[in-house]
Write a protein that binds this ligand. Structure first.
Ligand code: TEU
Ligand code: CA
Length: 516
């Protein structure tokens, strides 16, 4: 499947309040369909105090008024269905908002929900039960004056973690999924899967030796006990049984210590359909790095399974900036897009990736992301990839007439959809062409992948499917490259490339898909 991720706050604003909404998404469904993708995944639009912009859910069964109503969602679903687009919703099950009624009852030890969250007594000196720290900074334990205990939070202190060891909590979460499956959704993207379980004994994490690339204290310890726990596996099997009753799809988001290994475990038969990590969203850039990610992942996957690749999302700097390396922005964005569309399994595209949008520069005064506000300027947070979609050259990129919740970057206005539609050489036209090419070549989605030797800086692999072989070669270096003796006859698609008599010459950001 090719999945297009919509970040609802920033996609399209139907009522001009500066914040995107479900009715806005519905209006733009024909645009999404025109890209040729199979489904949309909408980041959380449920009731939420928005401390983490929807990833802090206070009611899984209600639409937050900022995004519209349940009728808006039903209408969006009907339109998507008539267009043949799937709708994947985001299930945030590692934690809720502190405003969720479950947490309020748990804090008050009501309704048998006392241990629905991870509560623990302080140490004799009053300090937290162990050394766990939160992803967003500071200790992962917060003292609750009402209950007179600490509770655990992987992310913000306003996002308490559910105690998934309790089967009643698992049942409750499965019931929330059932609610959406009943409404006919295509499936779920499961948020932060590596954070769903913690060690029941609350053992201390060991310190990490190498902390040079640590952004903040989260990187100073090995997260053996607060994430990536094996208890997740039987729970995934329970989830799968429910999904199968509806023929629904599932995609895990996996971060943490050894995400590629966890992805292999999570996608074993009987568990989830697919999983993606942040491996191609890191600043690391080289053909060798990408080859290593794919090879390692393939080694971890069950022979009957596949995973999902993504280069951008609402958490990481946009790929057009992150991997630019001083080259031509449009050519480079095209080469990376083509590379992504040649990966085995599922693909996630993030809104604006089809336009080649660079990371936006959001000034400190306009920052919204609490993660960025805490760590500025060492880490500027996630707002630079969350700014509104530029639809036209109008003020605020035609997103809304009022000032939107995050500013539209001048560089984004210049890359607006309307102008790219009018220019056949644009990134947008190229993106459509590449998506169509993948949909026409089952080898690209399903084919077995094997790498072959290439000059330094060149990523070269074959995709095999039903006796056909497709060669995919990408120059990821800043200088031209030549390869000899390639076993192919014709060029399927290429950029800055010449292929003659088995010899392939690739310029900067050059690539070629060749067939025998
Ligand atoms: O992000 C998950 C996330 O931040 C982790 O993968 C983390 O980086 C890693 O495990 C650290 O080792 C998701 C959402 O995409 C993000 O927007 C939310 O803020 C977060 O979960 C909390 O819900
Ligand atoms: Ca709105």
């Amino acid at each position: 499947m090719i999945i297009y991720q919509v970040y609802p706050r920033s996609f399209a604003d139907s009522n001009n309040d500066g914040i995107g909404d479900l009715a806005g998404i519905e209006l733009k469904l024909p645009y999404i369909k025109s890209l040729g993708v199979d489904a949309i995944w909408i980041s959380p639009f449920f009731k939420s105090p928005m401390k983490d912009f929807g990833y802090d859910v206070s009611d899984y069964r209600a639409v937050d008024p900022i995004f519209g109503t349940m009728d808006d969602f039903k209408s969006l679903m009907r339109r998507a269905k008539s267009l043949g687009l799937g709708v994947i919703v985001d299930m945030v099950i590692s934690h809720t908002s502190e405003e969720h009624s479950w947490f309020k009852q748990s804090r008050a030890r009501e309704n048998n929900k006392s241990d629905w969250y991870l509560w623990s007594d302080p140490k004799p000196d009053g300090s937290p039960p162990n050394n766990w720290v939160s992803v967003f900074g500071g200790p992962a334990w917060r003292w609750d004056a009402e209950r007179r205990q600490y509770y655990f939070h992987s992310f913000l202190s306003s996002q308490p973690d559910l105690n998934m060891h309790n089967l009643a909590v698992q049942d409750a979460v499965l019931a929330e999924m059932d609610f959406w499956l009943d409404m006919g959704v295509t499936g779920f993207r499961f948020d932060a899967c590596n954070h769903v379980f913690q060690d029941e004994l609350l053992r201390n994490n060991p310190p990490r030796e190498n902390t040079v690339d640590a952004l903040h204290p989260y990187g100073f310890q090995v997260h053996l006990y607060d994430q990536g726990r094996p208890e997740m596996l039987p729970f995934l099997e329970r989830i799968r049984k429910l999904l199968d009753a509806y023929g629904a799809f599932s995609l895990a988001e996996v971060g943490g210590v050894d995400p590629l290994k966890l992805m292999g475990q999570y996608t074993q038969p009987g568990r989830l359909h697919s999983a993606y990590s942040f491996a191609l969203m890191r600043p690391d850039y080289s053909a060798a790095y990408v080859r290593n990610v794919i090879t390692t992942l393939e080694e971890h996957l069950h022979p009957a399974s596949s995973a999902c690749y993504a280069m951008s999302n609402h958490d990481k700097p946009r790929v057009a900036t992150r991997w630019l390396q001083g080259r031509d922005p449009v050519d480079t964005a095209k080469a990376h897009f083509a590379m992504l569309l040649c990966m085995r399994g599922d693909i996630c595209l993030y809104q604006g990736e089809e336009l080649g949008l660079p990371q936006a520069d959001v000034p400190f005064e306009r920052l919204q992301d609490p993660f960025g506000i805490s760590f500025w300027p060492k880490f500027k947070g996630r707002d630079g990839c969350r700014t509104p979609m530029p639809w036209t050259d109008a003020a605020h990129g035609g997103f809304s007439t009022v000032e939107p919740w995050l500013p539209v970057d001048a560089s984004h206005r210049a890359l607006n959809v309307e102008e790219q539609e009018a220019n056949s050489a644009s990134m947008l036209h190229f993106a459509r062409e590449m998506i169509a090419l993948r949909q026409e070549h089952p080898a690209l989605m399903l084919g077995h992948i094997d790498f072959f030797d290439a000059p330094d800086g060149v990523l070269a692999f074959r995709r095999h499917h039903e006796g056909r072989v497709l060669l995919c070669v990408f120059n990821m270096d800043g200088v031209a490259k030549t390869m000899h003796g390639l076993d192919a006859n014709q060029v399927v698609r290429a950029q800055h490339a010449r292929f003659e008599g088995g010899t392939l010459s690739l310029g900067t950001s050059g690539f070629a898909l060749l067939e025998d």
